[in-house]
Design a protein. Structure first.
Length: 95
């Protein structure tokens, strides 16, 4: 795949990149070089390669799924404008 100068101008306009007419041939060469690298990546056989999310093999550290009250409800609601029995109270906003 290769791009011509008209395509370079269109890409620049879509990307909102101002390019002078003297820069278009240079950009054309750079885009064609990038596209040739992308085409080379398509030739690589990846059939037996598992998808990965990171180059470093890691597992997620999990904590025990235990329900707790936090152990200090008075401190949690201490800065609230209004609270009742360790619940936040908020003014009614819809009538």
């Amino acid at each position: 795949m290769s791009v011509d100068q008209a395509t370079v101008r269109r890409i620049a306009r879509l990307a909102r990149i101002r390019s002078a007419d003297s820069e278009v041939p240079k950009l054309e060469g750079e885009l064609n070089h990038i596209l040739s690298w992308v085409e080379m990546l398509g030739e690589i056989d990846t059939d037996n390669v598992e998808p990965m999310t990171s180059v470093v093999d890691s597992t997620m550290r999990l904590r025990n799924d235990e329900v707790t009250d936090g152990g200090y409800p008075d401190r949690v609601t201490g800065n609230a404008a209004a609270s009742d029995e360790n619940f936040f109270m908020v003014p009614k906003v819809v009538e």
